[in-house]
Write a protein that binds this ligand. Structure first.
Ligand SMILES: NC(=O)c1ccc[n+]([C@@H]2O[C@H](COP(=O)([O-])OP(=O)(O)OC[C@H]3O[C@@H](n4cnc5c(N)ncnc54)[C@H](OP(=O)(O)O)[C@@H]3O)[C@@H](O)[C@H]2O)c1
Length: 268
C-alpha cells in the first residue's frame, strides 16, 4: 500500500509508539485520525504534524460503546477508511497473585476488547484494499513470568488477527499483526526496564517500531515480529516449548528479583 492520501485511524496515538507512528505516517502523506483519551497530548502531537489540515483529533473519554458508534458514524458520512491501527495497549508487569482485578480487567479491556469492538464498528467503513493492523507483542507468543495476563491478551489478538484475516481476505481486506519486542515507552515500569537490562534484553525506540509498522503496511506483511533473536525464540517456543521452559527457568531468579519490587496485592 502506498500511504499517500490514505485515511489512517490510530488508537493510542498519544502513547510512545502511537506518536512516532503518527509522525512517520504524516510524513508519508497519510490523512490521520488521532484517537486517544488524553486531549493535551493529542493536541501537542497534532501541532507537530506536517500538513496539519489533513489530520484530526478524536477524543475518546472511555472508548464507551456510544463513543465507538459515534466514531463509526463519522465514516458513514461518505469518508472511507483505508487503515485502522489498533495500537492502544496496557501492561502490568507483576506476579499474577499481585495483580488486582482492575489490573487484569484493564489489560483485557485495552488489549482485547477495545480492538475487537473498534474493528467490529468500523469493518464496513473500509475502502477496497483496506487494512486492519493490530499491534501485538512477542510476549503474546512467548509466555513470560510476570506477564501472565499481558501475554494472554496479546496471544488473543494474534489469533484474532489470523482468524479475521482469513475470513475477510475474500472481501479484499487484510488483517496484519505486528509484534514488537521491548520498546522504550511509558508502558514499561521501572521494574520491567531493570529486568530487561539485567537479562540483556534488547529495547527498541518507538521510532524503530514505527518504521517496522510502516514497512508492514507498505508490503502488506501479514505477520511480523521485531528482533532476530525474538523471532527465533518464538519459533522454538512454538515447536519445542520445553527448551524455552528451561531457558526461562534459569532466568527466573533475576525475573523474580525485579517482580518482587512493586508493592501491590489487593484485589481492588
Ligand atoms: N513498549 C513496549 O515494550 C511494547 C512492546 C510490545 C508491544 N507493545 C504494544 O505497543 C502498543 C503501544 O504501546 P506503547 O509502548 O506506545 O505504550 P504507551 O506509551 O504506554 O502508550 C499506550 C497507549 O495506549 C493507550 N491506553 C492505555 N490504556 C488504555 C485504556 N484503558 N483505554 C484506552 N487507551 C488506553 C494510552 O492512552 P492514554 O494516553 O490515553 O493513556 C496510550 O496512548 C501497545 O499495544 C503495546 O502493548 C509495546
Amino acid at each position: 500500500m502506498n500511504l499517500q492520501n490514505k485515511n489512517v485511524l490510530i488508537t493510542g496515538a498519544s502513547g510512545g509508539i502511537g506518536q512516532a507512528l503518527s509522525l512517520q505516517l504524516a510524513e508519508a502523506g497519510a490523512f490521520l485520525w488521532l484517537v486517544g483519551r488524553n486531549r493535551e497530548a493529542l493536541e501537542k502531537l497534532y501541532a507537530q504534524l506536517p500538513h496539519r489540515e489533513r489530520h484530526k483529533v478524536i477524543l475518546m473519554n472511555r472508548y464507551s460503546d456510544e463513543e465507538i458508534y459515534h466514531l463509526a458514524e463519522s465514516f458513514q458520512a461518505g469518508v472511507r477508511l483505508d487503515v485502522l491501527i489498533n495500537n492502544a495497549g496496557s501492561s502490568c508487569f507483576a506476579l499474577f497473585d499481585k495483580q488486582s482485578f482492575s489490573d487484569i480487567r484493564e489489560q483485557i479491556h485495552t488489549n482485547v476488547e477495545l480492538p475487537m469492538l473498534l474493528t467490529r464498528a468500523l469493518c464496513k467503513q473500509f475502502r477496497e484494499g483496506g487494512v486492519i493492523l493490530n499491534i501485538g507483542s512477542v510476549l503474546g507468543e512467548i509466555g513470560h513470568p510476570g506477564y501472565s495476563v499481558y501475554s494472554a491478551t496479546k496471544a488473543s489478538i494474534h489469533r484474532f488477527s489470523e482468524a479475521l484475516g482469513r475470513e475477510v481476505a475474500p472481501l479484499g481486506l487484510s488483517v496484519l499483526y505486528v509484534a514488537p519486542r521491548a520498546t522504550s515507552t511509558r508502558l514499561n515500569s521501572d521494574a520491567a526496564y531493570a529486568m530487561n537490562n539485567a537479562l540483556g534484553n534488547r529495547c527498541d525506540t518507538p521510532e524503530t517500531v514505527a518504521r517496522h509498522v510502516i514497512a508492514a503496511l507498505e508490503q502488506n506483511t501479514l505477520r511480523s515480529r521485531i528482533g532476530l533473536a525474538e523471532r527465533l525464540f518464538v519459533k522454538i517456543n512454538a515447536l519445542f516449548p520445553s527448551i524455552v521452559d528451561r531457558a526461562l527457568s534459569k532466568k527466573l531468579p533475576t525475573i523474580m528479583r525485579h517482580l518482587r519490587s512493586p508493592v501491590k496485592g489487593s484485589l481492588k
